[in-house]
Design a protein around this ligand. Structure first.
Ligand SMILES: NC(=O)c1ccc[n+]([C@@H]2O[C@H](COP(=O)([O-])OP(=O)(O)OC[C@H]3O[C@@H](n4cnc5c(N)ncnc54)[C@H](OP(=O)(O)O)[C@@H]3O)[C@@H](O)[C@H]2O)c1
Length: 270
């Protein structure tokens, strides 16, 4: 077959495919994304809203959240914001109750909020350790615990825990962060077993280096050194992570549970 006729054949197949009606929109569900006002959280909120879901998100910093909300409104998004410190169990319980009372039972939960307090262990303070463990790991318990019954009762649930490549491979100066992010994997697998028969899946996403404001501010020479270690030759984007979330929360992803989806451009493979 000549190159010309091969091309004609491909065009014929594509035109047949485009006459197929688009896949139906997913059922709209109530989604809670913690830390939605951050770089990755924003992309996750937007992606899930575009899929037709009702998206609630949390924040701590009221001024930052107000500016974020007005920016989102300008872009045509209407998110539901809840002030909450997810490192605090009582505050998380209160927040989940408010979301359910105002929007309905939560069926999709993305535990995305997190912080870093980097230091080598010899210099790390107890405060730095506690802040990271409570914000990045305790928070997963604090929010999932009050939300899980709604998912079990409705027979559908998706829980996504945003971990990190550094929870898999370790990172100099991040014993607190690596411990918290690795802990998420154990939580994910244990809970996945507990709820598998009830239509609830629990998975972890481990992003590699993602081009958020923090990474963008790093000196070009250092950035180039990092990119050189990433096989696909670029930083990830918040949208890359949001895409992984959209895949795992889909109704069709019910057979994927207890998994860790590395989203790191090939930077680390297990
Ligand atoms: N960026 C990366 O390269 C990268 C790579 C791997 C994994 N991750 C993970 O991806 C997630 C999002 O990262 P990001 O880069 O988007 O971070 P970010 O821009 O700093 O955003 C973090 C978000 O979490 C919220 N948050 C933090 N602690 C909280 C607490 N105790 N209670 C309530 N909200 C809290 C922040 O709200 P306030 O600002 O109001 O405090 C903010 O909305 C984190 O879990 C991070 O560890 C990021």
């Amino acid at each position: 077959m000549s190159a010309h006729s091969k091309l004609a054949k491909i065009e014929e197949i594509v035109s047949e495919q485009t006459s197929v009606p688009p896949a139906s929109q997913p059922v709209p569900r109530v989604v809670l994304v913690t830390g939605g006002t951050g770089g990755i959280g924003t992309a996750i909120c937007k992606r899930l809203a575009r899929l037709g879901h009702i998206v609630a998100t949390t924040y701590r910093n009221a001024e930052k959240a107000r500016l974020w909300e007005s920016e989102m409104n300008k872009e045509g998004f209407a998110f539901h914001l809840y002030q909450c410190d997810v490192a605090d169990f009582e505050d998380s319980q209160r927040m989940v109750k408010s979301v359910v009372a105002e929007l309905g039972p939560i069926q999709i939960l993305v535990n995305n909020a997190g912080v870093t307090r980097d230091s080598s262990l010899r210099k790390m303070t107890h405060e730095q350790w506690k802040t990271v463990i409570s914000s990045d790991l305790d928070s997963v318990f604090n929010v999932t615990r009050p939300a899980i019954d709604y998912m079990l009762e409705s027979g559908f649930g998706r829980i996504i825990n945003i971990s990190s490549i550094n929870g898999q491979k370790g990172q100099f100066g991040q014993s607190n962060y690596a411990a918290a992010k690795a802990g998420m994997h154990g939580f994910t697998k244990a809970l996945a077993l507990e709820v598998a028969k009830k239509g609830v899946t629990v998975n972890t996403i481990s992003p590699g280096y993602i081009e958020t404001e923090m990474v963008a501010a790093v000196a070009e020479s250092i950035r180039a050194g990092i990119v050189a270690q990433i096989p696909v030759g670029r930083f990830g984007t918040p949208e890359d992570v949001a895409h992984a979330v959209a895949f795992l929360v889909a109704d069709q992803s019910g057979f994927i549970t207890g998994a860790n989806l590395a989203t790191n451009g090939g930077h680390f493979m297990e």
